[in-house]
Every structure is written in structure tokens, then in C-alpha cells.
Design a protein around this ligand. Structure first.
Ligand SMILES: *Cc1c(COP(=O)(O)O)cnc(C)c1O
Length: 368
């Protein structure tokens, strides 16, 4: 049995490499790959993950916010970095750190051009985002003529990329919607590309788009969750290896009698004599209260044990009546041996939310 001395999120870079190669195998040799490393690389470690991906030959990175891009630059990352959701107040820093902003509205294009001109930029690369149905960020197709016209008024910026984002690429029941998004994206490209003197990088697909819509890969794809080992389907999960494994250990075991309760607000009442174990992690570590009250389980010595009662800030309790275990034994919440997708699904959420929620209090342990 392996030993753990505290709560750790083990990050396996060999698993990352496997997933990178798998996602690569899904795209054409000339298709570029962008690695999405926002939110601490989906709750892991953005600089460590990006450094390995850069070595593996990834072409591009994306983060959500400007400061995440700055962290990568300070960590030595040299490949292009797209900032998916910069604020106009960040544009000077975007330029100072050689990041590429997502420009998604008239306001962001106007302000970016003003900033780029003020800083005497020439052909500073930007990515234009088109709204094809997600209705989150993006220009409408009707605004394209305005964009092209605006761009002719300045030498300060150049369109390095044109992209959009699929809203339901993992959902086979929403195939018609996705096909409509692809059609809208193509319509936008047909309108804008002939008006530019150069060819920008066109990119649309996220992980499930890569897998389910090979006809829509365009020049580049953006993969996030796939790199971290989850494929949004049982079939694809088999081809991928979870990068993060959240481990802890048993702090204390209690033998409680029928009728006794466990935890705050007596969230668990024993219907019979029960053996419980207390673990040193809680909602401040990212294991939220939604996982309490037997919604989901952890793994000890190969056996599942449900989380009981209310999850506390720094601790949670599990029912180990049927598990042969002792104080100090290792406990796995999710990872290679037990999928984060399953852990999350049991409580009504998804792997994305679970893995990005593991707080910075949890030590990251990088292996391989
Ligand atoms: C987060 C994000 C991605 C990555 O999506 P996955 O499903 O994790 O592959 C791609 N593109 C955009 C615009 C995103 O916000």
C-alpha cells in the first residue's frame, strides 16, 4: 500500500503526454494544436503543464484571463498565448507580455486599437471571436463588415486568428445545434476571409468537437479537458489517463453507536453501529458540500466508502463500516483508480467543475 502523509494532488506528466499524443492522433498532421491551460491548467499547475506541452510540440496556448498569461510568460513559456477573456483595462499588459487578446465586440476592438496605437504597435496579433450560437462572447456575423472597415483604419493590429466556440459538442442529442454552429462559423469565414489580404488561423473545436466533428477541425483545435484525461464520454475516457489524482489519508477512526450522529448539524445519523473515518480535507480544499450526505464515495484499500454528513471546511467524514482500514491509510478521492467524472456525476456536477475547484491550499505533487 502506498503512503501519503498529507492531502496532495498528484499530477502525472506521463499521463499528460499520453493524452496529448492521443488528442494529436485525432487531428491531421498539419492541424495546429492549442492547449487550454486556464484555471491553473484545470486545477493542476499551469506552468508545469505548459512547459511539458511546449516540449511535446504544442503550437499554442490559451488562458482565460490576462494574469494567467503573465504567469506563463514569467514561467518561461514562449509559444503564442491566446487570452480568451481579457478586460480592456488589461490591454497594456497584454501587449507588454506578448499575449494575444480575444477581441469579441466593437468595444473591445476599439479599445484594443486605441491601446495598440498609443504603444506604437504594428500588426499586433489579435484573435476575433464570432458568436455562432453559444451567446456568450463574440461578434455577430452582421458585424463583420464593421470589423473589416475598422481594421482598414489602422496599422496597429492584425488578425492572427478567427474563432468560435461550440456549446454542446459532447452531446449527441444536440448534433443539429452543433452542425448549425459549424455552418454559422463557415458563413462568417466566407464573409471575412476574402476581405483580408492574409490568411488567419481558423479554429473552432474543443475536446469533444475534436472527437465528434473531425470535419470541423479547420487550421487549429483547442483541447482542454482531454489533455487532463477526461473525454466527456465513457468511450473516450477509456482512451485517456487522468492527470490529477487527489489523495489524502485517514486522520482518525470512530466506532459510533446506532442513533449517534456525525458532523455539523448532525448531517448523518447512524441507523446501526457504524465505523467512520475522518479525512483532512474539506470544502476549503474544493470538496464542496454537494459531495456530502452520501452523494459520492472515496476509495480506500480498493473499497468504496461514502462521504457522510455535511462536508466541513477542513475535514470530511466517510463510512468505513465495510472497509478494512486503519488510521494513516491512504484514501483516493479521484484520479487514475477512480474517475473524477464519476465522483462529480454522482453529486450532479461534472469533472470540469470538480478538478478546477481543488483549491490552492492542496499541495501539488508533480511526477514523471
Ligand atoms: C475552456 C475552453 C476550451 C476548452 O474546452 P474543453 O472542453 O476543455 O476542451 C476551448 N475553447 C474555449 C473558448 C474555452 O473557453
Amino acid at each position: 500500500m502506498s503512503q501519503t502523509s498529507e492531502t496532495v494532488l498528484e499530477i502525472d506528466l506521463a499521463a499528460l503526454e499520453h493524452n496529448y499524443n492521443y488528442m494529436r492522433s485525432k487531428i491531421g498532421a498539419s492541424t495546429k494544436m492549442l492547449g487550454v491551460v486556464k484555471a491553473f491548467a484545470y486545477g493542476s499547475d499551469s506552468v508545469k503543464i505548459a512547459t511539458r506541452l511546449e516540449k511535446l510540440g504544442v503550437n499554442y496556448f490559451a488562458v482565460a484571463y490576462t494574469k494567467e498569461g503573465i504567469t506563463l510568460r514569467k514561467g518561461g513559456i514562449t509559444k503564442p498565448i491566446l487570452v480568451l477573456h481579457p478586460q480592456s483595462s488589461n490591454f497594456e499588459e497584454v501587449i507588454a507580455y506578448n499575449l494575444m487578446p480575444n477581441i469579441y465586440s466593437k468595444y473591445t476592438l476599439n479599445t484594443f486599437i486605441t491601446t495598440a496605437e498609443k504603444l506604437h504597435q504594428k500588426n499586433y496579433p489579435i484573435h476575433l471571436k464570432i458568436n455562432t450560437g453559444l451567446n456568450r462572447l463574440g461578434f455577430s456575423i452582421e458585424e463583420i463588415d464593421w470589423i473589416v472597415n475598422k481594421l482598414t483604419t489602422t496599422q496597429s493590429t492584425k488578425v492572427e486568428g478567427i474563432f468560435s466556440h461550440l456549446g454542446a459538442s459532447e452531446d449527441t442529442a444536440e448534433k443539429d445545434f452543433t452542425l448549425l454552429q459549424i455552418k454559422n462559423y463557415q458563413k462568417a469565414l466566407d464573409k471575412i476571409l476574402p476581405q483580408l489580404a492574409y490568411k488567419p488561423i481558423c479554429h473552432l473545436c474543443n475536446t469533444s468537437g475534436i472527437i465528434n466533428y473531425p470535419e470541423a477541425h479547420y487550421d487549429m483545435v483547442r483541447t482542454g479537458i482531454g489533455l487532463y484525461g477526461y473525454g466527456n464520454s465513457a468511450k473516450e475516457d477509456k482512451n485517456l489517463i487522468p492527470v490529477g489524482t487527489l489523495k489524502t489519508l485517514i486522520s482518525q477512526i470512530h466506532h459510533i453507536k446506532k442513533g449517534e450522529s456525525v458532523g455539523y448539524n448532525r448531517g448523518f445519523i447512524a441507523s446501526k453501529n457504524t465505523k467512520t473515518a475522518t479525512l483532512p480535507l474539506g470544502h476549503a480544499d474544493g470538496i464542496n458540500r454537494i459531495y456530502g450526505k452520501q452523494k459520492t464515495s472515496v476509495l480506500i484499500n480498493g473499497k468504496l466508502a461514502p462521504i457522510i454528513g455535511n462536508v466541513c471546511m477542513d475535514m470530511l467524514m466517510i463510512n468505513v463500516t465495510n472497509v478494512d482500514c486503519n488510521e494513516g491509510d491512504e484514501v483516493i478521492l479521484f484520479g487514475k483508480e477512480k474517475s473524477a467524472e464519476e465522483f462529480a456525476n454522482n453529486a450532479g456536477t461534472i469533472s470540469y467543475e470538480l478538478i478546477t475547484s481543488i483549491s490552492q491550499r492542496v499541495k501539488r505533487n508533480i511526477i514523471n
